[in-house]
Design a protein around this ligand. Sequence first.
Ligand SMILES: Nc1ncnc2c1ncn2[C@@H]1O[C@H](COP(=O)(O)OP(=O)(O)O)[C@@H](O)[C@H]1O
Ligand SMILES: [Mg+2]
Length: 298
Amino acid sequence: MAAEPRRVAYDGPEFAVVPELPDDIELDVSRETLFPRPRDTRIFVVANQKGGVGKTTTSVNLAVALAQGGMRVLVIDLDPQGNASTALGIEHREGTPGSFELLNGTPLAELVQPSPEAKGLWVVPATIDLAGAEIGLVTAMARESKLLRALNAFLAAKEMDYVFIDCPPSLGLLTVNALVAANELLLPIQAEYYALEGVTQLMRTLESVQRDLNNRLRLTTVLMTMVDARTNLAADVEHEIRSYFPKQTLVATIPRSVRIAEAPSYGRSVLTYQRASVGAQAYVEAAREIALAAVTEE
Ligand SMILES: Nc1ncnc2c1ncn2[C@@H]1O[C@H](COP(=O)(O)OP(=O)(O)O)[C@@H](O)[C@H]1O
Ligand SMILES: [Mg+2]
């Protein structure tokens, strides 16, 4: 028997049952979905070396929104803080097997846990053990592609529609592993003055990863977070971001919202904590736009 989920499942009408076994990842693909299913797995790295810009909040809430819409979604928590694991209701005490073990060769299928937030949502948790991983990786062979190999092996056996890799606030080896494993970079930008400061450094890292390690990687998605729509400042910042990333910036923006900030303290995403809130709806809108972008691009 698999361990009981830590708390009751999301009790929305459609998704009352949470699958318990990792082997059960194959979901009924014929069931109706809210979003078009991508032809190939879309692997997003959610990165910005600045802390507190909404990387984790974005990874978590987009993942839940897409899973609630019928997608099969995997979240890999790559931040030793484990905030994404917390928000998705996943155990991540020190010693819990997770992304540290993943980078050290344990198969992903042995580490993945079902999230009680939505059916079809799976998580590789991060524990504080991961804080030492970066140092351990420095001398490892093929140190930048540990995650890529682990993920490829898993995806060869399990079909997933979306993968989100939540990065720590740095451009160290953990983030580089995520950039190498992904196809798409999702850049959350906090709507504030100097929002683009530091983005040039990330763009340089992106270019060198594209050149040397992963030529599939594209910056496809920029999401403005913590937008306070009533201010002129927000309008100026939005204009600046949209001029810098005209094609990539989503029309949907995420408002500053107390509900979004509160949800993790209940071990929840805002989508199950306060589904009707403007914050939750904004993430659903962003998820829809992301899902539709794959279809219209072709
Ligand atoms: N739209 C929002 N409105 C209000 N608070 C937010 C919003 N997005 C994120 N937060 C809060 O801001 C803090 C930083 O967000 P987080 O997603 O953890 O950023 P990062 O992962 O980039 O460090 C967290 O406390 C989070 O709950
Ligand atoms: Mg974070």
